[in-house]
Design a protein around this ligand. Sequence first.
Ligand code: DER
Length: 235
Amino acid sequence: LDAAKSAAAQAAVDQWVTEDTKVVGVGSGSTIVFAVERLAERVWKEGALADMICVPSSYQARKLILDHNLTLGDLDRNPKIDVYIDGADEVDSHMVLIKGGGGCLMQEKIVASCAKTVIIIADYTKKSLRLGEQWCKGIPIEIAPMAHVPVKLKIEALFGGEASLRIALKKAGPIVTDNGNFLLDWKFLAKREYNWDEVNRAISMIPGVLETGLFVDMASKCYFGMADGSVKTQN
Ligand code: DER
């Protein structure tokens, strides 16, 4: 899938990051690595994008920017972002995204919300007609640690399914996010028709919920790398 990810990343970067692009928001995960590598190639091999500033959406993104000697910015100094580039766990036919498989959804959504344009890059396995077809791990939700049980119960009561606390693999106990919070993964009911905008708003209103991995009406355009190396777009 790396070739597909790389093709999507390069197409997106070359279309949306030009000499006029001053501030780029950098997402998190594995696909974004290819986008940062392409940005670095443009800067260091082609001598382009000299004024570009990169704003990270996680510790991982921050390290990617530093490791590639790109100029690191933040929302204090760069609150207006020209383009935000990030991956997705799933993209449905209405461009509703599930994000947060890598646990960085809160800062991702914050940085994305500051961007004029949000560009999603993914391999073909992320594209679906209906949310849940491809991504079976549930919708990630960032919550305050002390609230994880009541939030779980409220989500399940409101919308069904099952919300599970995300447990770490290489650390005893729950995953702790870059923001010091816990994550629930909500496996919703596959057969139920959800209005994802309403679901996103309702879950966001539950006391103790910091952010959801439902990105509704946020993506401007999606680039999917295909198995044959071609790139399909959705917007
Ligand atoms: O966790 C996240 O939000 C990531 O951006 C995820 O949505 C995409 O990660 P991937 O590029 O490794 O599939």
